[in-house]
Design a protein around this ligand. Structure first.
Ligand SMILES: Cc1ncc(COP(=O)(O)O)c(C=O)c1O
Length: 379
């Protein structure tokens, strides 16, 4: 027997690939009543099925697929099921899933233009769509992230760099008590202590109370602190409430405070008329979080941060080590995504968005969102 290799011949690659695709199509097209919508098991049961050391010898692909079908895949939510209403996950799209497969099979690393010009251009094209949909200017910049939590953290880091630079215990972050927990987590990770985060009350419609915000900012200024960042929600997690974005835009602009809109949940409603009306004012924000893996029907993981003055995002994150100087696109238009966020090596989250939008067309996504509004109206 020769030295084991990690490379497969064409026929084996094809056989494994076709078998996997067939198994997935079977699974996704099961009758709705074939298996429970959610099935779980205890950690002990699953450890008994899956634990143990890594095998020293190869395991046949068909055997592995059978194990997955028996020991792993039954124990997860069928979030493609029409009866699945828990939390926020959607079902993703098949062209999107193929996009993830392509990104992974070719091991795309979309950190630098020099190594990944094509996939970088796809990401730029997707970001241009998003900018247009939310009413952002063309010179806004952004990056696709693992999700809304990463996007919110990127926004807070960018705001701190753009407004003040170094961290200070005088800086204050404001959000409603309905804000997603990722805002508080971002603040904690970035070194804001709990007393630097003001959690404010909401009105009868669960929206951030602007009078409470103004009063808190004024009290902070009087006490020698520096209001830095307001995190508004455009679709709060529990109720879908949209904070008063226009008014917040004015309050923040007057005081030189960064307005971030966490539109992870609600932002893509902007492609439908009723959504656009509900989200008016989002375009005034300094930064916006969007989660294609929520209301744009993409599979996990897929989030996005957009920053209105695009250069602020690059200035907040760009650090070029010597060993990467040659891989970097040197022309300004050649975007190196490693300069726009915390990751260097990163897959293409954009490819699945691009493929599924091209495959179905934007009208199909708009219709899906409109159907949700019809359901709300009829509820
Ligand atoms: C409004 C809002 N922001 C942020 C997040 C966090 O997003 P992710 O789970 O993609 O990290 C969520 C998740 O539900 C959310 O609803």
């Amino acid at each position: 027997m020769g030295t084991p290799s990690l490379w497969l011949d064409r026929e084996t690659m094809r056989r494994l690939g076709y078998r996997t695709i067939d198994a997935l199509v079977e699974r996704l097209s099961r009758p709705w009543d074939a298996t429970p919508i959610v099935r779980t098991a205890t950690p002990e049961e699953l450890a008994a099925r899956l634990g143990g050391p890594a095998p020293e010898e190869p395991v046949d692909g068909a055997v592995l697929l059978e194990r997955l079908e028996r020991d792993v895949l039954p124990f997860m939510a069928r979030n493609e099921h029409p009866g699945y209403f828990a939390y926020i996950p959607g079902c993703g799209t098949w062209p999107g899933a193929l996009g993830d497969l392509i990104a992974s099979a070719l091991n795309m690393d979309v950190g630098s233009w020099g190594l990944s010009a094509g996939p970088s251009a796809v990401e730029l094209a997707v970001l241009d769509w998003f900018k247009e949909w939310i009413g952002y200017p063309r010179d806004a910049a952004g990056i696709l992230t693992s999700g809304g939590s990463a996007a919110n953290m990127t926004a807070l880091a960018c705001a701190r760099e753009a407004v003040v630079g170094a961290m200070s215990d005088r800086l204050v972050v404001y959000c409603a008590d309905q804000a997603h927990s990722s805002i508080a987590r971002a603040a904690r990770i970035l070194g804001f202590r709990p007393d630097q985060v003001r959690v404010l009350p909401v009105d009868a419609r669960s929206r951030l109370r602007t009078d409470a915000l103004v009063a808190a900012m004024e009290a902070d200024v009087r006490a020698g602190r520096e209001p830095l960042f307001v995190a508004a929600a455009a679709g709060s997690t529990s109720t879908g409430a949209v904070d008063p974005l226009q008014e917040l835009g004015e309050i923040c602009r007057e005081r030189g405070v960064w307005l971030h809109v966490d539109a992870a949940y609600g932002g893509f409603a902007a492609i439908a008329e009723r959504g656009r009306a509900a989200l008016a004012g989002m375009e005034l924000a300094d930064s916006v979080t969007l989660d294609p893996h929520k209301w744009l029907y993409q599979s996990f993981e897929c989030g996005c941060i957009l920053v209105r003055k695009g250069h602020q995002l690059r200035e907040a994150f760009e650090i070029v080590p010597d060993y990467l100087k040659d891989a970097k696109g040197m022309v300004l238009r050649e975007v190196n995504f490693a300069d726009y966020g915390m990751q260097l090596s990163r897959t293409s989250h954009a490819l699945k968005v691009w493929l599924s939008l091209q495959h179905f067309g934007l009208a199909a996504f708009r219709a899906a969102i409109d159907r949700c509004f019809d359901l709300i109206d009829g509820a």
